[in-house]
Write a protein that binds this ligand. Structure first.
Ligand SMILES: [Zn+2]
Length: 235
């Protein structure tokens, strides 16, 4: 049975199992360091987790003592191999849950993240693997984020922001952050989905909106959205 069940004490030391808070921290550090910079600062983590910098510092000390992070003086923290394993375990649960909710229960893609945030800490390893099998061992969640496999390997292929394309460039809409439900709902309203092939046809100067063509439809997208939408060039 599961070796992932969270305990209720909020503490982690030595061989103790990860708590929900530990899982959230490793996941946040992975997301901050996996998308570019090498270390996560206390302020970035505080912003991401919605907690005070003092709380982050106290938790980082515990994570360090538990061997899950290493501190880089004046820069922040990065995950150790064991910390990465914890992050991959919870990311696997989170992303499989999102896909399960979307595909099996028809939960809209802008709502699956909040549900998965809660359920991810309760799912046993056995149930996680059953969900994966049921879904055909999928490689991506509804937002295009890669799902770690049973060996906790993850396929992080490189993507660029849609906003970085030049007029005439074609690409595939590969991935979008799941953290902003309004943005996801808006994309749905526009009929834009992960996997769509697109061409950037026009961009306004001075950080103005961009125009893309998807199928036969033209969409004018604001810069914030065009920066959140990640594309790859397989299209
Ligand atoms: Zn999510």
């Amino acid at each position: 049975m599961s070796t992932n069940a969270p305990d209720q004490t909020g503490e982690t030391t030595g061989n103790r199992l990860p708590t929900a808070a530990v899982e959230d921290y490793t996941k946040a550090i992975y997301s901050l360091t996996g998308w570019g910079s090498e270390t996560a600062s206390t302020n970035d983590l505080a912003g991401k987790l919605g907690v005070k910098a003092g709380s982050v510092s106290a938790m980082i000390k515990k994570l360090d003592e538990a061997g899950l992070v290493e501190r880089v003086p004046y820069h922040g923290v990065r995950l150790t191999a064991e910390g990465t394993r914890v992050a991959m375990t919870v990311l696997r649960r989170h992303r499989l849950l999102e896909l399960f909710l979307a595909e099996v229960l028809d939960v809209p893609w802008d709502r699956v993240h909040d549900e998965a945030e809660i359920l991810e800490h309760a799912l046993s390893e056995d149930l996680t693997d059953l969900i994966s099998t049921k879904l055909g061992d999928p490689a991506f969640d509804p937002h295009g984020d890669p799902i770690p496999d049973r060996d906790l390997e993850i396929d992080e292929t490189e993507t660029a922001a849609l906003a970085e394309l030049a007029p005439g460039d074609t690409a595939r809409f590969a991935r979008v952050s799941d953290a902003n439900p309004e943005m996801l709902a808006y994309l749905s309203e526009c009929g834009i989905a992960v996997g769509d092939k697109l061409e950037l046809t026009e961009r306004q100067p001075f950080d103005g909106p961009i125009t893309v063509r998807i199928g036969g439809t033209r969409h004018v997208l604001g810069l914030t959205l065009a920066q959140a939408m990640r594309v790859d060039h397989t299209g």
